[in-house]
Design a protein around this ligand. Sequence first.
Ligand SMILES: *[C@@H]1O[C@H](CO)[C@@H](O)[C@H](O)[C@H]1NC(C)=O
Ligand SMILES: *[C@@H]1O[C@H](CO)[C@@H](O)[C@H](O)[C@H]1NC(C)=O
Ligand SMILES: *[C@@H]1O[C@H](CO)[C@@H](O)[C@H](O)[C@H]1NC(C)=O
Length: 313
Amino acid sequence: MKPLQHIPLLQILFLAQVYSVVSPQKAPRIITLVETVDALLDHNATFICEVDSNPPADISWTRNNEPIYYYDSRYITKANGQMLIIPNVREADSGEYCCIANNWVGQPAKSCGALQLKMKPQIKRHPSNITLLLDSKAVLPCVTLGYPKPDITWIKDEHMIKLSDRVSILDYGALKIHNLRKEDAGQYRCVARNSFGIAFSRPVTIEVQAPAKILRVPHGKKVPFGTKVSLECNATGNPIPTITWLEDGNTISGASVEETLVGDVTLSVLHVEVKKPALYTCLATNHHSGGANTVKATAHVTVSGTYIQSGPV
Ligand SMILES: *[C@@H]1O[C@H](CO)[C@@H](O)[C@H](O)[C@H]1NC(C)=O
Ligand SMILES: *[C@@H]1O[C@H](CO)[C@@H](O)[C@H](O)[C@H]1NC(C)=O
Ligand SMILES: *[C@@H]1O[C@H](CO)[C@@H](O)[C@H](O)[C@H]1NC(C)=O
């Protein structure tokens, strides 16, 4: 007699005993309730619903009250349906999962739990460096991933940004600044935070450009023939403007120009010996993201006393 032949018989006997002798028929009872599962994206989530029942219950599952069919390849069931495995959890898997045990003796039993996705924040789209003109509008994007949905804040030069009528954070995390000011220039990064962690975007700079502007205009003078005069002109802007001088609309020869840079102001001083009345023009030019920009200021220099028009002899 081979021992193997006896095994099925033993099993049948054992099962018969369990069902008919040891335990009488009874409605299913869930002894391990379905619990809420926090699942990391791309990890497996497992729901357990341990059932005590005689005869054994049929165990089925639902997601958001829709039945999960046994042939649905999205799910794996084990232990006669007492275990539901969702491999490689995705965003769309979150929801309420219930197990229902029915053996047609009394009422079916039901237990539910939620699948909550948990995911540390990630920056999906970083902001990038921008160069804009004064008074324009800046928008720095910050697209994030994470569950729960991360809260977005922004920091500028390592300080938390103060929100105002002019500076706001849009629903999708972008930073919007209206009417850019000089002091908005700096380094920015967005910060995404949820209960599982924190993520920082790359730091990006906002450069605020300003068209050239003349602050100090040269003043007209009336001086004796041969006098050396100095005309001053200063200008600011971003990029810092260059200053050039014209005499009656032409480039000047035989004059010297002294230029100094103080902060973001270029000061230019034209030294010229007055031999005839002339119109001097200070031109300040810079090239910014909006194009080139030239502004000018003029001064008349006249000769006092007797003045003899020089000309061909
Ligand atoms: C997730 O489930 C799949 C399929 O059952 C299995 O191959 C894999 O090893 C599981 N991964 C983890 C991290 O448990
Ligand atoms: C942004 O600007 C900073 C300096 O202002 C520079 O170091 C960095 O490389 C720039 N980033 C990109 C993506 O161009
Ligand atoms: C430029 O001109 C303005 C107006 O005259 C003056 O207040 C300022 O001090 C000047 N700056 C320089 C660097 O010359």
